[in-house]
Design a protein around this ligand. Sequence first.
Ligand code: PGA
Length: 263
Amino acid sequence: MKPLIRKPCVVANWKMQGSFEKIETFLKQLAHNMVDVNQLEIIFCPPSVYIDSVKKLILKNKALHPLKLGIQNTYCEQTGAFTGEISPLMAKEIGCDYGLVGHSERRTLFHEDDTLVARKVLAAYHANLVPILCVGETAKERDEGKTFEVLSRQLEVVFQQLSFEWLQTIIIAYEPVWAIGTGVPLASESVEAVNVYLRDYLARYDEKLKHLVRILYGGSVKGDNAKSFFAMGNVDGALVGNASLQVETFLTICRDAVSIMNQ
Ligand code: PGA
């Protein structure tokens, strides 16, 4: 049983996929089959260009009102000559409550380093956007036994600049890089071991954080394996990529989250 303060959470990250038509269909079906939102927070991260329209669709349909919106990436400044970037303030203005920061695709494909990720987290907080901070090791780092070392490095740069007030609301998504989009997740027992490590790491900043901060798992979470992660005491939900594109699969994951994490 999870402490009630850590409400289970499932995030749908559509990445650069889908279309407005697909999103409309997805939301319609989600509305018809909505899970118990008192027991689960659902955060939808569509491609940024659709967020404003998605917000309007949510407002039009009461069943969707509890659905939260997240942005997949924001910049580390709030305004200025930064062609192509979106500021956290802008994301907040169009209806986002959450923002992914430091997703491994951003770190790898767009060369975002720990320092930039830390600046983005800080900018998100200044705009009242709650960061979902993604951390995780590569296959090579895992093989070399460096998983904890890598996670500590990724977290330290971010954590050292945040007050307790901010830190207590952060969501951490532990996503081993090699498990993302490959269909091969990390075994649930190993995920649990990492999340226990992350909680102990949080306790170094403040003992209370260990109990307050939600830590999700991401990396090939699917309809037939989500349960195994949710059954672990230190996993508070999932960050779902591919499997969130199919509404039925996504709903299966959400239902499993409700039934298992609220037992
Ligand atoms: P995946 O993606 O579920 O397709 O592995 C997860 C993620 O990138 O957050």
